[in-house]
Design a protein around this ligand. Structure first.
Ligand SMILES: NC(=O)c1ccc[n+]([C@@H]2O[C@H](COP(=O)([O-])OP(=O)(O)OC[C@H]3O[C@@H](n4cnc5c(N)ncnc54)[C@H](OP(=O)(O)O)[C@@H]3O)[C@@H](O)[C@H]2O)c1
Length: 307
């Protein structure tokens, strides 16, 4: 099976490429940086330029499945121009894939797209648990982006390509993502939660993200899936697990909500929003989590994870 991965040079992409190659999949990938075209041994890189709408359509040849991860980071400061990039990198990349596939119709045999999405599509709620069938509304910036992104991805079905949307939670990894900014203060014993610390944190170990994506490839899942562990925790327990894994004390009170809003404005929603998200659908598909429990997952990340 041949897979084309966009955003392959990022946190999730690197783990997916490594795992795919070890399982014998053939990999093409699209990168927006010419310097990265040869960055993987045994995977073939192709260049695309979203601004110019340029793409090397040879990237689609022989491909069965597209894994679409491209998107500008949401952890950089949300200036007006970066917010535009967060939105446009996701929308324009999806549009470029679709318009290119249309142009070479009959010359490719892509059957499925597995696209990254995010649990940020759900409303923030301190108590309610959301499943994939929940109604979503474009109220906050993040909700607007993710809803528009999913709507764009849905258009692959007009090309008779089956669509799988993965609403990914907070990915635990030692190489980037949500733990990067948190582990620095925590490793000095200065770990702390935000707001009242009761916000739901629907996390997932990176090995389980990879495991779920490949099960979806092999078994041709279709529709929306929450990619989260079965045991979300509140933020105090999340930071406590991180502190334990780093073998540091955790004693500081949470940073008040108002201070965060003054410091980083709208972006404070990233740490103040609460998401209790259900993993039931993935469990019903018989996915067996490698790291279902937060303390053991954090321990693995900092003491034995190779991903
Ligand atoms: N990590 C998480 O906790 C998490 C949670 C929920 C959802 N997700 C979603 O899953 C996807 C992958 O996440 P990740 O953590 O692997 O992201 P990442 O490390 O930030 O990598 C994303 C990749 O997208 C490409 N990219 C970034 N900005 C771009 C731009 N302006 N134009 C074109 N390409 C651009 C880059 O690849 P090139 O430079 O090679 O083009 C980059 O390596 C993202 O869409 C993210 O929103 C992640």
């Amino acid at each position: 099976m041949k897979i084309l991965i966009t955003g392959a040079t990022g946190l999730l992409g690197r783990s997916l490429v490594k795992s795919a190659l070890s399982q014998g999949f053939k990999i093409n990938f699209l990168t927006s940086r010419k310097s990265k075209i040869n960055c993987f041994d045994n995977a073939k890189g192709f260049y695309w330029d979203l601004l110019k709408g340029d793409i090397d359509t040879n990237c689609f040849l022989g491909v069965d499945i597209i894994i679409h991860l491209t998107g500008a980071s949401i952890s950089k400061l949300w200036t007006t121009s970066h917010k535009k990039l967060i939105y446009s990198s996701r929308i324009e990349s999806t549009r470029l894939l679709i318009s290119s596939l249309k142009k070479i119709q009959g010359k490719h045999h892509v059957k499925q797209i597995i696209a990254a999405s995010a649990i940020g599509i759900y409303p923030s709620d301190l108590e309610k648990t959301f499943t994939e069938t929940a109604k979503v509304y474009p109220n906050s910036f993040m909700e607007k982006v993710v809803i528009a992104w999913e709507n764009e991805v849905d258009l692959f079905s007009s090309l008779k390509i089956s669509v799988t949307k993965m609403r990914i939670g907070l990915v635990l990894s030692n190489e980037g993502g949500v733990l990067s900014p948190l582990k620095i203060p925590t490793s000095f014993g200065l770990g702390m939660a935000f707001g009242n610390g009761n916000q739901g944190q629907s996390w997932i170990h990176i090995s389980d993200v990879v495991g779920i994506f490949f099960k979806a490839c092999r078994e041709k899942w279709e529709g929306v899936y929450n990619v989260v562990s079965p045991n979300p925790v509140n933020q105090v327990d999340f930071i406590s697990a991180l502190s334990k894994a780093l073998k540091r004390p955790y004693f500081l009170p949470p940073i008040p909500k108002i201070l965060l809003k003054i410091l980083i404005g709208e972006m404070s929603s990233l740490v103040l929003d609460s998401h209790w998200i259900s993993a039931k659908k993935v469990i019903d598909e018989k996915y067996k989590f490698l790291h279902p429990e937060i303390n053991k997952a954090m321990y693995d990340i900092f003491n034995s994870s190779k991903l």
